[in-house]
Design a protein around this ligand. Structure first.
Ligand code: WTA
Length: 659
């Protein structure tokens, strides 16, 4: 179980905030939903699927679990995701409703209605089809936060071509390995995007990725013009987005697909070096994305302005920027840039300007704003906010209370939503208007979701006990596997406790039976709400010529949740060189840049410690727990199972020395 001081105070937290009668009276969510779902879980989900989506062919079977752990939901129904997100709203007379208020980092704006979206998505679908993409072909999307990013995803969905969005902060190497694994036919990118006040190029990374081995499947690159910067061009392969769309027809008949047709692949870090392509399909995924978006955020599509600050490169951007909100016909804000450009009040200024009423963000962002000081948000009118969401990592009670008081004016309910790339949609969260919220706890599985905390033998722990978070029944938006590797899917999620899904998170039940998430129990780190794998960073480090061995741990960090700390053994004379002050700085820079090149800047270690040995058990397994003690400046714990118990003394002595 992860140990740190903020978790200590989390477990003694006893405050509780019941919903106000006014909020409860108007809330979408009702307490009766829990009973209804408990009485007949499948009937409950079938009802949601019918209420929230428009089906081309209705389904007759809700769940087929005969091939467990691969689920089939609503399998004989057909539908189209883009039609559900866009066209049907226009057909219902809502074409003039704003779908997206776009604000670029430099301050340029765009207002996109559902009718605009329908034209653009149809054009893009025609343009993408003209480049040879057919139903089932994979398209990699490598874009900043732009309207075109949403359009590109929906255009793929319209064609039945699964998209695989790669976060724009990933390196060319990381992009290439994802293109290769998905065998993508098309890459959609941009010349660049605005980042901290300057244009930042994106297309060069695509060029570099495609030069390397493994990306031969790509036939074309579609390039959105955002910054207008000089862009290298490969004739015959590269096509400007604007040119392709301009000549494309504004009408496009959506490709009706079966509910289990793949909607997207999204790569995420696991416990091994190779990222996993998490596969999501159409009907079940959209049902749960829409259900949770409507009920967890209490969305009133006619009046709310919703803002989720996540990038489309992460699952939160998929479910709560693209699919959930658009399926529900919401009006939302999309902002391209960083919270501190051109000033640290930019987010609050945007909330005031667009009268944002629902805000969904990550604890890291909240803690960063706390650090900047509450006088900054105090300068803006945030009274439009009525629901606040948190996602990505455990939120400490202090940040929760600050969020509630400073941002939410002491009245907006906070929903702390636990879920994962694999779960596709929110699984554990309070329901606003129903649940009395507790600072720091995600609390209760949503109606229709069955979660538990179990011990090593898969026994449910009593209230007050701690253990591992598991999901005991299949759910509509669950992953359908790991792209191209069914065995890895079974092994990763279904082998730790046979027959139930192992989430990889530690958790505790309080005396009321509410669930408190305690962080990962495997070798996955969570840095600023981004998932990183220790082994992936270790293999990046050892791929550098001067590194003999590496071990990476996530050390507790006040702002980012965890920070990457690497312990490296250097080869031969490099170790001596690193022992000098200049040499040490040089090694640090070289290795940090190397990790940025191999994976992306987000994976750069905060600290790199050069050590003579690594603590290993007799079977050769690195004991990261002991290294975490060092990284968090704690007394080193029990080291008796080490093959050589003097190693920790050697490491500590070396670190205390002049280097
Ligand atoms: C963590 C992000 C505590 C958790 C949607 C999970 C959380 C991992 C919460 C998934 C939360 C996410 N409280 N921990 N509210 N939300 N996590 O795949 O460790 O990027 O396993 O999905 O983030 O990260 P992923």
């Amino acid at each position: 179980m992860p140990e740190n001081s903020s978790l200590e105070n989390l477990l003694t937290e006893t405050r509780s905030f019941p919903p106000s009668p006014e909020f409860a009276a108007q809330a979408n969510a009702k307490a009766a939903m829990y009973d209804e779902a408990r009485a007949d879980r499948l009937a409950f989900w079938a009802e949601q699927a019918n209420d929230l989506l428009t089906w081309k062919t209705p389904f007759t079977q809700t769940l087929d679990w005969s091939d467990a752990p691969v689920a089939r939901w609503f399998a004989d129904g057909t539908l189209n995701a883009a039609y559900n997100a866009v066209d049907r709203h226009v057909e219902a007379g809502l074409g003039d409703r704003v779908a997206i208020h776009f604000e670029g980092e430099p301050g340029d704006t765009r207002t996109v209605t559902y009718a605009d979206l329908q034209r653009d998505v149809s054009r893009a679908a025609n343009a993408i089809a003209a480049l040879g993409v057919e139903s089932g072909d994979r398209v990699v999307i490598y874009l900043p936060m732009l309207v075109e990013s949403v359009v590109a995803m929906l255009a793929c969905a319209r064609l039945g071509a699964p998209h695989s969005v790669v976060f724009g902060g990933f390196s060319a190497d990381a992009l290439r390995s994802r293109i290769a694994d998905a065998e993508a036919k098309l890459v959609i990118t941009a010349d660049g995007g605005y980042r901290r006040g300057a244009p930042s190029a994106l297309k060069p990374a695509v060029d570099e990725a495609l030069e390397g081995e493994g990306a031969e499947s790509v036939q074309h690159v579609l390039v959105v013009r955002r910054t207008g910067q000089d862009t290298a061009w490969t004739e015959g392969r590269d096509v400007w987005w604007d040119d392709a769309l301009e000549s494309a027809d504004v009408r496009h008949e959506p490709v009706w697909v079966e509910a289990e047709h793949p909607l997207y692949i999204l790569y995420t870090s696991g416990t091994t070096g190779k990222p996993k392509g998490i596969l999501h399909t159409t009907g079940g995924y959209l049902t749960q994305a829409a259900f949770t978006h409507k009920n967890v955020f209490d969305l009133k599509a006619e009046t709310d302005v919703y803002w989720c600050t996540a990038d489309i490169g992460w699952v939160t951007g998929h479910s709560y920027v693209v699919y959930g909100p658009l399926i529900n016909g919401a009006t939302q804000l999309i902002y391209e840039g960083t919270p501190d450009t051109p000033h640290r009040g930019r987010w609050w200024e945007l909330i005031e300007k667009y009268k944002v009423s629902i805000l969904y963000t990550a604890p890291t962002a909240i803690r960063t704003c706390m650090k900047w000081g509450e006088d900054i948000p105090a300068k803006f009118d945030l009274s439009s906010l009525r629901v606040l969401g948190s996602v990505g990592e455990p939120i400490n009670p202090e940040a929760w209370m600050w969020y509630r008081r400073v941002i939410g004016g002491d009245k907006a309910p906070i929903v702390d939503t636990w879920w994962q790339t694999e779960t596709g949609a929110i699984m554990i969260s309070p329901l606003p208007g129903v649940t009395a919220t507790k600072p720091g706890s995600a609390q209760v599985p949503l109606p229709g979701i069955v979660a538990d905390v179990v011990d090593d033998e898969a026994h449910s722990v009593p209230d007050g006990g701690g253990g591992y978070l598991v999901l005991s029944e299949p759910w509509p938006s669950m992953l359908r596997g790991i792209w191209g590797d069914l065995e890895r899917y079974k092994d990763t999620y279904w082998s730790r406790f046979p027959g139930i899904y192992f989430a990889g998170d530690g958790a505790k039940k309080d005396d009321d039976g509410d669930i408190w998430l305690l962080g990962r129990v495997d070798d996955v780190m969570n840095v600023s709400g981004h998932r990183l794998s220790t082994t992936e960073i270790e293999s990046a480090l050892v791929s550098h010529e001067i590194v003999a061995e590496a071990a990476v741990v996530g050390a507790a960090d006040e702002t980012t949740g965890q920070a990457v700390v690497a312990f490296v053994i250097l080869r031969g004379e490099h170790a001596d060189k690193a022992a000098t002050e200049d040499g040490s700085a040089e090694v640090q820079t070289a290795l940090r840049n190397h990790v940025a090149k191999e994976i992306g800047p987000i994976a750069k270690p905060r600290r790199i410690l050069v050590v003579p040995e690594l603590p290993k058990t007799r079977s050769g397994k690195i004991m990261r727990r002991l290294l975490r003690d060092v990284a968090e400046n704690r007394t080193v714990g029990d080291a008796t199972t080490l093959a050589d118990s003097s190693v920790m003394d050697l490491i500590s002595a070396g670190l205390a020395g002049p280097a």
